[in-house]
Structure formats: structure tokens, C-alpha cells
Design a protein around this ligand. Structure first.
Ligand SMILES: Nc1ncnc2c1ncn2[C@@H]1O[C@H](COP(=O)(O)OP(=O)(O)OP(=O)(O)O)[C@@H](O)[C@H]1O
Ligand SMILES: [Mg+2]
Length: 267
């Protein structure tokens, strides 16, 4: 299997659009513009990118960024083996060579000196210098860079430089409307719509507590966890406590408030 095939997504990832983001992304891809996707955890950013890679029939290479990541982790490095040294492409280099969509997840976690390696790839140059190897790669015509991050987790120390931000066009995602989210939870897990609507209502209660003791509301991801537990035969209240409440708070008052909302919903 070629590299290109190896990174392709063969089964359609279920993605329910909230607005016109699918068409907008297609336009950005057609112009080969780099894209950033912002939004809270578990709101569908990664699923959206997977869906778009599938729809455009392009390979997808995902990199989970962290603060220990170096430019070499993205670009590549020389490895020492029995036959001497050998160059190994990093994921960004592979993506630029084969014409993949390269998805840098949680990119603000990476240090700024790491992030700047994407600069020449994200402007008119579309090149990637491999300084250590003395090679300048021209990105494949299909190559596109996508980054995601959660603006809620940013601190002053951890933000993208304007010179990085202003190389992208952006999407700002949020949790979907109750109607759309109900449909997502039902379709993703196979539970019925009435039950999905109840889970979404509990999610709404938690989202209202954001900033009043909760850093982040219940994500769509956690709603699908609760649905999966219920589908597996766990009773509704226990499933909701386990999937929706215990992971998101260590505060006893908030926990009790949410547990009461669950009790009220499932009587
Ligand atoms: N619009 C959507 N269509 C289909 N599924 C969705 C959608 N939004 C959320 N989901 C569900 O929520 C889960 C989490 O979504 P996803 O992994 O894309 O979140 P994320 O925004 O990338 O979160 P994180 O920032 O934590 O990585 C998915 O696995 C899927 O079950
Ligand atoms: Mg993600």
C-alpha cells in the first residue's frame, strides 16, 4: 500500500453540519488555504476534519501537539542504525510530500518556535525547508494544513502569534443547537430521539453553569458516551452520572446540582 492510500479514510465518517461549514471548507481547500478550527472540547472539530478528508478523498495525517514537541518531531530527523544514519520524515514532511491534509490538533500546546516551521508552508511559498538535511520541499499540490485548538484553554503564554494566526482562515465551532445535537447523539449511537433529547437537555443545564463553577460544559462527546452506556443496558441515571457528571467536575456542589438535574429528567 502506498503512503497515500495508507492515510486515506475509506469509510464515511458521520458528520452532521451545523451551518455551511462543509461548503466553506471545500472552498478553502479549492483555494488551498490553510484552515483553523476553534472550539470547545468534544464539539466535532476532529470529526469535521476527518469527514472533509474523506469527502475530498485526500489522505489525512493527524498530529497531536504538545509542549514538548520540537520542530524535528514535525519535520523529521536523522536516525542512527546499524548502517549509519538515515533520514526519517516527520508527519508534516510526509504530508507535504504525498499531498495529504495535515491536521495539527491542539496546536497552541506546541511552543512558538515549533509552530513557526509551518510558516513557509502556509503562505505563497508552499515550501518546507529541511534545514538539517539541506533539502527544500515543494508541497504537493494537494497538501493543506489544518490546525485546531480550544480557545478556552489559552493563556497569555500559550497563544498563537498573530503572524501564525494570519496565515489561516478560520471556523469557530461551538456545541450545536439542541435540535442538531439531539440528531447527532441519536445517529451516532443509535438511541432513540426522545432519549437523545433528554441527554441534550442535561448537557444544556451544565453549559449554563459554565463560568459559574464549571470551566467547560458537557461536550457532545460525553453525551454520546452516556448514550452508549444506556444502549449497553446501564440504567439512565447511572449512565448520566458516570458519563456526564463525574468526569467534568470535582466540586461537590456542582456535582449535586447536575445529579439533581439527572434525577429530575429521569424521574
Ligand atoms: N457534528 C457532529 N457530527 C457527528 N458527530 C459529532 C458531531 N459533533 C460531535 N460529534 C460527536 O462528538 C465526538 C467528539 O467530537 P470530536 O472528536 O470531533 O471533538 P473535538 O472537537 O475534536 O474535541 P477535542 O478538542 O477534545 O479534540 C465525536 O466522536 C462524535 O461522536
Ligand atoms: Mg479533536
Amino acid at each position: 500500500m502506498t503512503d497515500k492510500e495508507q492515510y486515506k479514510i475509506h469509510e464515511k465518517p458521520f458528520y452532521q453540519a451545523q451551518e455551511d461549514e462543509v461548503e466553506l471548507y471545500e472552498a478553502a481547500y479549492a483555494a488551498r488555504l490553510p484552515v483553523m478550527v476553534k472550539g470547545p472540547t468534544g464539539c466535532g472539530k476532529s470529526r469535521f476534519v476527518e469527514h472533509m478528508a474523506w469527502k475530498l478523498d485526500k489522505p489525512l495525517i493527524t498530529v497531536a501537539c504538545n509542549e514538548d514537541m520540537t520542530a524535528s518531531d514535525l519535520v523529521g530527523r536523522y536516525l542512527l542504525d546499524a548502517n549509519g544514519t538515515r533520514w526519517l520524515d516527520g508527519p508534516l514532511t510526509t504530508a507535504a510530500r504525498i499531498g495529504a491534509i495535515c491536521y495539527l490538533d491542539e496546536v497552541v500546546e506546541a511552543r512558538q518556535d515549533t509552530t513557526v516551521v509551518i510558516h513557509p508552508l502556509t503562505d505563497h511559498r508552499r515550501t518546507l525547508p529541511l534545514d538539517k538535511k539541506g533539502e527544500l520541499i515543494e508541497a504537493h499540490p494537494d497538501f493543506q494544513l489544518v490546525i485546531s485548538y480550544n480557545p478556552g484553554y489559552q493563556s497569555l503564554m500559550k497563544d498563537l502569534k498573530q503572524s501564525t494566526k494570519q496565515r489561516f482562515c478560520g471556523f469557530e465551532f461551538d456545541y450545536p443547537s439542541a435540535e442538531v445535537e439531539t440528531s447527532i447523539v441519536a445517529k451516532e449511537t443509535g438511541i432513540d430521539t426522545d432519549l437523545a433529547a433528554k441527554l441534550v437537555a442535561i448537557g444544556g443545564t451544565a453549559r449554563n453553569l459554565k463560568g459559574h463553577g464549571l470551566d467547560e460544559g458537557i461536550s457532545t462527546r460525553l453525551l454520546t458516551y452516556a448514550a452508549a452506556l444506556i444502549k449497553g443496558g446501564i440504567n439512565e441515571k447511572a449512565a448520566c452520572r458516570m458519563a456526564l457528571v463525574r468526569p467534568i467536575t470535582d466540586d461537590a456542589d456542582i456535582r449535586d446540582t447536575l445529579d439533581h438535574a439527572i434525577d429530575a429528567t429521569f424521574g
